[in-house]
Design a binder for this molecule. Structure first.
Ligand code: FAD
Length: 560
């Protein structure tokens, strides 16, 4: 049970660790002065002691809201400590205390752990430097669902593609889970307890003890507490797609009073949610992980009252007078005055023999995050020359023995940002192989070898490889809009000025005004983000277009 304050309110802990007793006491004193009434301040003078305290609190079911750790500590540094603390209290907000001289090292190391803040020592006056930070973190923590979460358990086989998909699905939806290999004793014990024979994997055990054998995404979503069913039939605004553009639209739509629902096929975050670190998004000088950005955006949308549905695939769009209807794959649907298409793009598949069979068994498209731990001390191959591939290379190089980046062109310069090329140059275990393509993948249960071809000489070579991550360009999956919405020859949605050819409005357009900037060939249906023809393919522009589309929705509704 959580520690309760005398008035019955839940009393949470703020934990601080610093190996210098004087500093440790000073932090605790300042924290106690401001937060002592409502929170328990727990102080430790070594990382081990702090971890012990956290474990004990976990066993007791105490809640921990914020952890502040000194960077320079003798047994393990603050980053390593916070990483381990995350295993115990993943939702606690994390702050690193650093001396000025250590700022550079701290920033470099921040990629390892999703740090919420770093604070320079000394933090005097605390009213200016310490309290505003901790206030913000406590507020964010309280706004999140911070009840102790009994964990979901996934029992699966390392090389089962569906086990890997289920883990990815839970991780991308920020559902905490614990993984058990089916061939290890604890996994076997859980399978026995669930009465499962282990032939169909994974088996997911929900927090209330229900065992789901090989569940589909929709079943899983509903059992782990994600909304999948709309609460009403008619909305002001339906946003299709839960990437940055869709989340941006949902936040602005709901915050401006529109009855807004966001419909997402798999997990919120879209492509950005799969990024290990977005370094160029405004306001995050130290970068932000896609998961963290998504978590914040989703909370923000919920705070303003937007409904967020997951595992609902939109397969049709209909125009019924002034209503716009959205149909789901199961045949049901909802209607609204307006729709924002924010369906982004999906990764293309590489058509080389063996790759389809090995997908989920050593071959992965678009995301490297869930599998990163398994790549420890392994040789990893990545295909792609854009920023997404570069980020994955940097991320995986921390754990892998070697990372080989395979690109078809002669250099990275044309396709990757300069800052990433520099980072890659400085990491000794990353090799870039230019003019190279994958022409075959082979393995029994799991990927074992890749055959690579040098495109300049035609020579091929087979290499041992257990891991291949592909980031090879993307296509909008918009066929379901065929015959309703005008698209370009690659399937990207045309909008605004792109619809007008030599002064002529699009076919079927009956209004006496031209389409608004992000409006499609159907009035009241807008497009934002990567799905739009000629869009910039950036997080910031997707978010911006989501916000702008809502402004145009208002303009449209005023004239309805
Ligand atoms: C690994 C990686 C790293 C990146 N790093 C950066 C970076 O550092 N900086 C940067 O600016 N950009 C980066 N990008 C690009 C950036 O993520 C995209 O430009 C951005 O995510 C586009 O947002 P979006 O909302 O338009 O589309 P997406 O992010 O593609 O989201 C679209 C969403 O719509 C859903 N959807 C699609 N069709 C349907 C349907 N029919 N029904 C229901 N839901 C549907 C999808 O499941 C998806 O969640 C990166 C991309 C990747 C993949």
């Amino acid at each position: 049970m959580p520690v309760m304050a005398p008035d019955g309110a839940t009393r949470t802990a703020i934990v601080t660790v610093d190996d210098d007793p004087g500093v440790s006491r000073a932090v605790a004193r300042d924290l106690r002065r401001r937060y002592g009434e409502q929170h328990r301040i727990v102080r430790a003078e070594s990382a081990d002691a702090a971890l012990d305290a956290l474990r004990q609190m976990k066993l007791r079911g105490d809640l921990v809201a914020v952890i502040l750790a000194d960077y320079r500590m003798p047994q393990m540094n603050g980053i390593e400590f916070l990483e381990r603390a995350m295993d115990i209290y993943p939702k606690a907000r994390r702050v690193l205390l650093t001396a000025y001289a250590d700022t550079g090292a701290a920033i470099d190391a921040i990629n390892v752990v999703d740090l919420d803040h770093y604070l320079l020592k000394p933090w005097d006056p605390p009213e200016e430097k310490l309290y505003p930070v901790v206030d913000g973190l406590l507020e964010a923590w309280l706004a999140s669902d911070h009840r102790p979460v009994p964990e979901t358990k996934v029992v699966g086989h390392r090389w089962s593609a569906r086990s890997s998909e289920v883990r990815e699905f839970l991780a991308r939806n920020q559902v905490p889970y614990r993984w058990y290999a089916s061939d290890e004793p604890e996994g076997q014990r859980l399978l026995d307890a669930a009465g499962a024979d282990g032939l169909r994997l994974p088996v997911v055990i929900t927090p209330d003890g229900e065992a789901l054998v090989e569940p589909a995404d929709a079943e899983l979503a509903s059992k782990v507490g994600l909304a999948t069913t709309p609460s009403r039939d008619f909305y002001d605004l339906i946003v299709i797609g839960g990437g940055p553009a869709g989340l941006g639209a949902a936040v602005y739509g709901a915050s401006e009073g529109l009855r807004t629902v966001l419909v997402e096929r798999t997990a919120t975050g879209g492509q950005a949610g799969q990024s290990s670190r977005i370094e160029n998004y405004l306001g995050f000088p130290d970068g932000v992980s896609g998961a963290q950005l998504t978590d914040r955006a989703r909370r923000q949308a919920a705070k303003f009252g937007a409904e967020v549905l997951t595992t609902r695939d939109v397969v049709g769009l209909e125009v019924n007078g002034s209503a716009r209807g959205v149909r789901f794959a199961d045949g049901t649907g909802i209607d609204a005055h307006t729709v924002i298409l924010a369906t982004g793009v999906s990764y293309r598949r590489l058509a080389a023999p063996g790759l389809d069979e090995m997908t989920g068994r050593g071959v992965y498209y678009g995301s490297a995050l869930t599998e990163a731990a398994a790549c420890s001390e392994q040789d990893v191959y990545i295909v792609g020359g854009a920023n997404s591939a570069g980020q994955a290379a940097v991320y995986l190089s921390r754990q892998a023995r070697s990372v080989t980046l395979l690109i078809r062109g002669p250099s990275l310069e044309r396709s990757m940002s300069y800052y990433l090329i520099q980072q890659i140059d400085n990491i000794p275990n990353i090799t870039v192989r230019t003019c190279t393509e994958v022409i075959r993948a082979q393995g029994a249960d799991h990927l074992e070898t890749l055959t690579l071809r040098d495109t300049s000489t035609g020579a091929s070579q087979t290499v041992d490889a257990g891991w291949l991550f592909l980031f090879i360009g993307a296509a909008p999956l918009t066929d379901w809009l065929d015959g309703v919405i005008m698209r370009d020859e690659r399937g990207f949605v045309l909008a605004g000025p792109d619809l007008t050819v030599e002064g002529e409005q699009p076919r079927g357009w009956q209004l006496d005004r031209a389409p608004y900037h992000l409006e499609t060939s159907v009035p009241g249906v807008f497009v934002a983000g990567d799905a739009r023809a000629e869009s910039p393919k950036r997080v910031a522009s997707a978010v911006g277009e989501g916000a702008m589309a809502v402004m145009l929705v208002h303009r449209y509704l005023e004239r309805l």
